[in-house]
Design a protein around this ligand. Structure first.
Ligand code: CA
Length: 239
């Protein structure tokens, strides 16, 4: 990766440890200690990933993530974010629609685990950007999927799917009618990153539905098989 990691954490001893360990692993890294400073730094556009603490003075991590995700600049809008949270109850919110972080880690954490997550989020991001070799256009109902450009259009409008959402969507869309378990989706999209919990799949599916479905509570494309997993509606092409 040619871009640096920005660490946003007001507890300096924590940011120091993270910065030290990332640099030891060959990353460029920089730390800032409040939300306003962070925003200024992020808008310089030289960071490839942001590690964001939830509780910050100035603008807190949630707010900052929301600001990033709605930035007019695509590179800033799509910069991967790993949230640091103190409480596991916040996870749904962090990964959910509202915020759209790519991953989270709960305090206290091991630096080894954090570095592993930084690597895997970047790997996911890079492979999403590189895309598959053979470009292919798939049309289903009012959806057009461009596998080369990693984009989905609905009624001619581009949907703003994250890399993970796109992979999930494509995996299901290429197998209409087949029920895919959460475990299988985890393998297919996240690979063998064993720390990803099955409910992460649910959170990303929920977020994806908000973007793809007219009525996310009555989905037409991505269907739930209760207690098992998800499938792409076979009838979607006819609707
Ligand atoms: Ca804090």
């Amino acid at each position: 990766m040619d871009k640096a990691v920005l660490i946003v954490e007001d507890e300096k001893d924590i940011s120091d440890i993270i910065e030290y360990n990332l640099k030891k692993q060959g990353f460029m890294a920089e730390s800032v200690h409040d939300g306003l400073q962070a925003l200024k730094k992020i808008r310089e556009g030289k960071f490839g990933l942001v590690i964001l603490d939830l509780m910050l003075p100035g603008i807190d991590g949630m707010e900052l993530c929301k600001i990033m995700r709605s930035d007019p600049e695509k590179t800033i809008r799509e910069t991967p974010v790993i949230m640091l949270t103190a409480r596991s109850e916040e996870i749904d919110k962090v990964l959910g629609l509202e915020l759209g972080a790519d991953d989270y880690i709960t305090k206290p954490f091991s630096t080894r685990e954090l570095v592993a997550r930084v690597k895997s989020v970047l790997r996911r991001y890079e492979s999403a950007k590189a895309g598959p070799v053979a470009e292919k256009i798939i049309k289903i109902g009012d959806l057009v999927i461009d596998t080369g450009k990693y984009l989905v259009k609905k009624g001619g409008n581009r949907l703003d799917l994250s890399a993970v959402e796109f992979k999930l969507f494509l995996y299901l869309a290429q197998r209409p009618g087949r029920i895919i378990s959460r475990d299988l989706l985890l393998d297919a999209v996240w690979g063998n990153e064993s720390y990803v919990e099955p409910r992460t799949v649910d959170v990303h599916i929920r977020r994806m539905r908000e973007k793809i479905e007219d009525d996310p509570s009555a989905p037409r494309y991505i269907m739930t098989k209760r207690g098992v997993g998800y499938y792409f509606s076979e009838g979607a092409a006819d609707s």
